[in-house]
Ligand binder design. Structure first.
Ligand code: PMP
Length: 397
């Protein structure tokens, strides 16, 4: 059987994630000091793990309702009321999914018709382009720039809007740049789309991690936007729960009902034990989130200072747990920089081009690592940059 020809052509043509591609190379090398992975290095807080264990001991081993446990949906509604003063009904405006990833997948499948345009700020997290492609949508990148702190500007958005524009994906705090959107930035975007039919997919999975006294603002808080926004978020990042696979979507009832229909056929219900653990996370998880945020903040400063003192200018990230140093001064492309750094110093960072063409000249560095680990990596990168300068001088003479 020739399965290559049997595959759906759209799926066959989806490119594997640039992050994965790089990690396939990393896996072949021993003793790599990686700053590549975007996954919290913290263990899920103990009270949350215990809630999961308790759920198992009490025999909660069956499916839940398709939407997810009512108690959990109500806790999510409370969280949004408490933090953003927006009202979502646990009953029919919230769907519990297998990670934010499933919520994104459902959202694209349920909303896109062939030819619909999906506007995505680049550099961008890697899943939006393949999700657009499998729904026959048209992926439209909008370049965000370092001089704008990697925020989406109304001017850049206006330039790409056509009558076919259907979705605007906003990922703030941003993976890979660490950029955020403040209230006035979101208001300006809302102004541009107010008279269009554009729906906002607001991926707010890093919403708990903002720094420098800046608090995350949800698109749903902006007047008139809740009605046309789907919020996607989850427990992976905020509570260090990547392996529990739990996320959710919040949105208008009709949309949540359509997403639930597909979720019902493909998934049934999100993992039950994880749902019980997530209730505990929302009720009593805040002190641990604060601790993790403080730790990320310290690492963020260490890493930004480290790169800047090497002469690799680095935008100061205001959210998530990544920074995006500019490596143009080395004269290498992003790919060359990462491959050479890996080969010569055994340090892994991700080429900016894994997040779109405009990531050329940048690399993504994660600070989901201990300060000791970060210091070791920075020392090696510093040596690498010094070696490059010596090589450069030799070539010039
Ligand atoms: N959105 C963004 C921007 C992400 O970085 C990730 C994970 N890397 C996800 C969504 C999906 O996370 P999960 O499925 O674990 O909730």
């Amino acid at each position: 059987m020739d399965f290559t020809n049997a595959l759906n052509t759209k799926i066959r043509d989806v490119k594997p994630s640039g992050i994965r591609r790089f990690f396939d190379i990393v896996e072949e090398i021993e003793d790599v000091v990686s700053l590549g992975i975007g996954e919290p290095d913290f263990q899920t807080p103990e009270n949350i793990r215990r809630a999961g264990i308790k759920a198992l001991e009490e025999g909660h081993t069956k499916y839940t309702s398709n939407l997810g446990l009512t108690v959990l949906r109500n806790e999510i509604a409370n969280y949004y009321k408490r933090n953003f003063n927006v009202d979502y009904k646990g009953k029919n405006e919230i769907l519990i999914t297998v990670g934010g990833s499933e919520a994104l997948d459902l959202c694209f499948r349920v909303l896109l018709e062939p030819g619909d345009e999906v506007l995505v700020c680049e550099p961008s997290y890697v899943c939006y382009s393949p999700l657009t492609c499998v729904s026959d949508g048209v992926y439209v990148p909008i370049v965000t720039k370092e001089e704008d702190k990697f925020r989406l500007t109304p001017e850049a958005l206006r330039k790409v809007i056509t009558p076919k524009s259907k979705l605007l994906v906003l990922t703030y705090p941003n993976n890979p740049t660490g950029g955020i959107m403040e209230r006035e930035d979101l208001e300006a975007i809302a102004e541009v789309i107010r008279d269009t039919n554009i729906i906002v997919v607001s991926d707010e999975i890093y919403g708990e991690f903002t720094y420098g006294g800046k608090k995350h603002v949800s698109m749903a808080e902006i007047p008139g936007m809740k009605e046309r926004t789907v919020i996607v978020s989850g427990f992976s990042k905020a509570y260090a729960m990547t392996g529990w696979r739990l996320g959710y979507a919040l949105g208008p009832e009709v949309l949540i009902a359509a997403m639930t229909k597909m979720h019902q056929h493909a998934i049934m219900s999100a993992p039950t034990v994880a749902q019980y653990a997530a209730i505990e996370a929302l009720r009593n998880g805040a002190p641990d989130v604060d601790k993790m945020r403080r730790a990320y903040d310290n690492r963020r400063r260490l890493i930004v200072d480290g790169f800047n003192s090497m002469g690799l200018s680095t935008f100061e990230p205001e959210g998530a747990f990544y920074c995006f140093p500019c490596i143009k001064s080395t004269g290498l492309s992003s790919d060359e920089f990462c491959q050479k750094l890996l080969k010569e110093k055994n340090v892994a960072v991700i080429p900016g081009t894994a997040f779109g063409n405009c990531g050329e000249g940048y690399v993504r560095v994660s600070y989901c690592y201990s300060t000791e680990h970060i210091k070791t990596a920075l020392k090696r990168i510093d040596e690498f940059v010094e070696d490059l300068k010596i090589e450069g001088k030799k070539c010039a003479s």
